[in-house]
Write a protein that binds this ligand. Structure first.
Ligand code: AMP
Ligand code: GLY
Length: 427
């Protein structure tokens, strides 16, 4: 089989790498891919954009791909799946209607209310004065969210009423473009965040191993929000009993309600959850795609061929699949970023030390890298995802950080405390 992966992040490199571990997959093509997918054996890049639906459709028909996997949310929200399905192609990723679960927080909240899913109380506003009155009434801390896709920057967790008012004014002044024309204002939830990515064919839903991300740029979870600076799996916080509750209280009712709404959802349903101090799971947000960098931590532990699972979702046969098999052990992923990220940063710096890092036993997934005349250059905010597996988190993290120390590019930045929650305090 030949498979097409759309996207250019660490998530897509991990997907291509895992797909190629099955004998059934002869070749993976990435659109547009990155330096890592360019170097991966049996993988190649095509220089097209993820938004060029017609170009992708024409290319896919000629190439006869068995499956097209869509990585990022933007093309899903813009209807790439609908377009490619109309050409008779097999796609992993929800339709435009299903992708609203990520692309409109107001829509997702309404769905959660309809399905009776535990989440923070909230209201939707299109006008500043009413939004501010609601904030005055609820008090702080309170969370102000742009309704639409804002590249992970649309959420303000406001510790004071004044800060929340400021976020309302900024959004209605156009800080997030049309994504901020509508705001969801919701109660602040306390607890620990976990990511549960689940495979679904629109009828059956099966979770992957739970993961924990590190969203803030700074050590000790300080500073600006990012796309994610590191992850590990399986998150010990999610006990089997808690996973069972997540399945029956969150994942199953969400899929049932989507189906009831006539939405044929085939792909990943990613539940961003807050586990409250009482141990209850509440939904912070849903995403319509694999998480990044959670995927880079989860997939190295997957034993079942990924192609079987993705095809079963796309062909609506997930219920026929045997239980997902995982390797023993745990995994950890450390993100290496360009200095300045998530704000302005430079690109084009040469990267060295990757073979040495791999000798240390790590898997290095590429995110913002670019292969130019056989030289690997930085090409984005998050550059590399150094992943390692081990019997314990201590082992996996040591292996990952030993590999990180082999790698160099100018202004390289990473958090030194990835996994602090799961590592013994003195190590
Ligand atoms: P979101 O894009 O909705 O995932 O929000 C980005 C980040 O803001 C989340 O990962 C949380 O860290 C934080 N956040 C969002 N909503 C809430 C909430 N209701 N309570 C506390 N923190 C939140
Ligand atoms: N790591 C967070 C996300 O993929 O949205």
């Amino acid at each position: 089989m030949k498979v097409l992966v759309v996207g250019n992040g660490g998530r897509e490199h991990a997907l291509a790498w895992k797909l190629l571990q099955s004998d059934k997959v002869q070749q993976v093509t990435c659109i547009p891919g990155n330096g890592g997918t360019a170097k991966l054996e049996h993988c190649r890049n095509m220089p097209m954009t993820a938004e060029d639906f017609e170009g992708i459709g024409r290319f896919a028909l000629v190439q006869n791909f068995a499956l097209i996997v869509i990585g990022p949310e933007a093309p899903l929200a813009h209807g790439i799946t609908d377009y490619l399905q109309r050409q008779g192609l097999t796609v992993f990723g929800p339709t435009q209607a299903g992708a609203q679960i990520e692309a409109s927080k107001a829509w997702a909240k309404a769905l959660m209310q309809q399905a009776g899913i535990p989440t923070a109380a909230s209201e939707v506003f299109t006008e500043a004065e009413a939004a501010k009155q609601y904030i005055n009434h609820r008090g702080a801390p309170i969370v102000v969210k742009a309704d639409g896709l804002a590249a992970g920057k649309g959420v303000t967790v406001a510790m004071t009423v004044a800060e929340a008012h400021g976020a309302v004014d900024a959004a209605f002044k156009g800080q997030f473009g049309v994504a901020g024309n509508r705001l969801v204002i919701e109660d602040y939830l306390e607890g620990q965040e976990v990511s549960v990515l689940a495979l679904t064919d629109g009828k059956t839903i099966r979770p992957l191993l739970p993961a924990q991300d590190h969203k803030r740029i700074g050590e000790g979870d300080t500073g600006a929000n990012t796309g994610g600076m590191g992850a590990y799996a399986p998150a010990p916080l999610v006990t089997p009993a808690l996973m069972q509750r997540i399945q029956t209280e969150i994942l199953e009712p969400t899929i049932a309600t989507l189906k009831q709404e006539g939405i044929d959802y085939r792909g990943i349903l990613y539940a961003g959850l807050m586990i409250t101090p009482e141990g209850d799971p509440k939904v912070i947000e849903f995403n319509c795609r694999f998480g990044d960098p959670e995927t880079q931590a989860i997939l190295p532990l997957l034993e079942t061929p990924l192609i079987d699972l993705l095809l079963a979702c796309s062909n609506q046969r997930l219920a026929d699949q045997p239980p997902i098999v995982w390797k023993e052990g745990v995994s950890a992923c450390v993100v290496l970023a360009s200095g300045g990220y998530p704000h302005a940063f430079q690109k084009g710096h040469p990267i060295s030390g990757l073979s040495e890092a791999e000798v240390m036993g790590a898997i290095v997934f590429h995110a913002g890298t670019y292969l130019k005349n056989q030289e690997l250059l930085t090409d984005g905010g998050r550059v590399l995802n150094v992943t390692a597996i081990g019997d314990t988190f201590e082992q996996a993290l040591d292996k990952a950080y030993n590999a990180v120390r082999c790698i160099y590019f100018e202004e390289m930045y990473y958090r030194r405390d990835i996994g602090y929650r799961v590592k013994p305090a003195n190590s």
